[in-house]
Design a binder for this molecule. Structure first.
Ligand code: ZN
Length: 108
């Protein structure tokens, strides 16, 4: 054991991914048995060409994986507002980010 090792609760079969910042506990309920990254927030303006108003907000970006699963999920959105967010598989998030960069930078 190194000083940075964390002891795992009995329900956790696999080690945490390197990006997980959660202190898992033996008493965690099944729905709470999720690996989460540190959240990153970025200011953003929400709206659209047909919207009369723009809204300044903070978007949260977070990666998660249910304990025991193999799929990582990237959340982008406003967690305080139900329905204001996207959860994308890690692979999908990379494709979407790539296409947004191409489009927003005027590549084509
Ligand atoms: Zn974890």
């Amino acid at each position: 054991m190194t000083p940075t090792s964390r002891s795992r609760p009995s329900w956790q079969r696999e080690p945490c991914p390197a990006w997980c910042v959660v202190e898992h506990d033996e008493s965690d309920l099944p729905d709470d048995r999720v690996h989460d990254s540190a959240g990153r927030s970025t200011p953003a303006v929400l709206g659209g060409p047909l919207e009369d108003e723009q809204a300044a907000t903070e978007l949260l970006i977070l990666m998660s994986r249910r304990s025991g699963d193999a799929v990582d999920w990237v959340f982008v959105g406003e967690p305080e507002r139900d329905g204001h967010g996207l959860s994308l598989s890690r692979e999908s998030a990379l494709h979407v980010a790539h296409e947004i960069l191409r489009l927003a930078s005027g590549e084509d």
